[in-house]
Design a protein around this ligand. Structure first.
Ligand SMILES: Cc1cc2nc3c(=O)[nH]c(=O)nc-3n(C[C@H](O)[C@H](O)[C@H](O)COP(=O)(O)OP(=O)(O)OC[C@H]3O[C@@H](n4cnc5c(N)ncnc54)[C@H](O)[C@@H]3O)c2cc1C
Length: 220
């Protein structure tokens, strides 16, 4: 049985924690926020549901969306009916469900920020509130902006996309994706109790890049 520390309790860290704990390891998971709401994530495709049926078969609040409305920048419109729904959660609910499952499997979940890690020693170490701890294995699941490993660097401007997200106090039965005249698009998706709207565009590329970047992870 190995002692494993996981940094990050998003979908990656929580699922990893659940599976390692199920395999009998002693797992500690650290996340500075635990389950929290954010404009990204929460839309689950049919492929995800097929791989992990529990994402649909549970009593946590969610919304099933069966159609996507596409509106071009010239206002042409198409509605796609999907044979399998996209399952949409509030991100707090989704992360909370995954952390609940990790905990139920025996993973110990802590609300703490890991300040730094040290992988130069025989056993990896991590620093919590100024105190160093060691584990047999260290899993870094701290998201795209994670800079805990020495060789990682901050993302550059041209590697980023800007998203503005809003919660709208109403529900909708379809996802709407509207392409704007510039290289950006506006999308909205319904979650139980309220809708979310977002405007996505590349940073510093206005007019320079014809590619329209739609959140394909949600619509395919
Ligand atoms: C605008 C947008 C929309 C998206 N929509 C969807 C969607 O609809 N469906 C979908 O499947 N995916 C979507 N994604 C992608 C999805 O959000 C990510 O793939 C997913 O969140 C990655 O999960 P993760 O666990 O790797 O990282 P994260 O979800 O980023 O989790 C990392 C966790 O680590 C914690 N953390 C970071 N640093 C530390 C530290 N030092 N100490 C302790 N904790 C730390 C954070 O608090 C966070 O909870 C979207 C992404 C964006 C940007």
């Amino acid at each position: 049985m190995a002692e494993i520390a996981i940094v990050g309790g998003g979908p990656s860290g929580a699922m990893c924690g659940e599976q390692l704990a199920c395999a009998g390891h002693k797992v500690n998971l650290f996340d500075e926020h635990l389950a929290w709401e954010k404009p990204c994530g929460g839309g689950l495709t049919h492929k995800a549901i097929q791989c992990f049926p529990f994402l649909l078969d549970n009593s946590y609040p969610k919304k099933l969306v069966h159609s996507v409305e596409l509106i071009s920048s010239e206002e042409h419109q198409a509605t796609l009916e999907m044979p399998h729904p996209i399952v949409i959660y509030s991100r707090t609910v989704l992360n909370g469900m995954l952390l609940d499952r990790a905990q139920a499997a025996g993973c110990r979940v802590h609300r703490s920020r890991v300040m730094s890690v040290d992988t130069t020693t025989t056993k990896p170490r991590y620093c919590l509130e100024g105190e160093w701890h060691e584990a047999d294995f260290l899993v870094l699941a701290a998201g795209a902006r994670n800079q805990l490993l020495p060789e990682t660097r901050a993302l550059q401007r041209d590697e980023l996309e800007m998203t503005q997200g809003y919660f709208v106090p109403q529900t909708a039965d379809a996802i709407t994706i509207k392409f704007l005249p510039s290289n950006s698009c506006r999308t909205s998706k319904a979650i139980s109790g309220r809708s979310r709207a977002a405007i996505i565009s590349r940073l510093g590329f206005a007019g320079a890049c014809p590619r329209i970047r739609a959140p394909s992870c949600e619509a395919t």
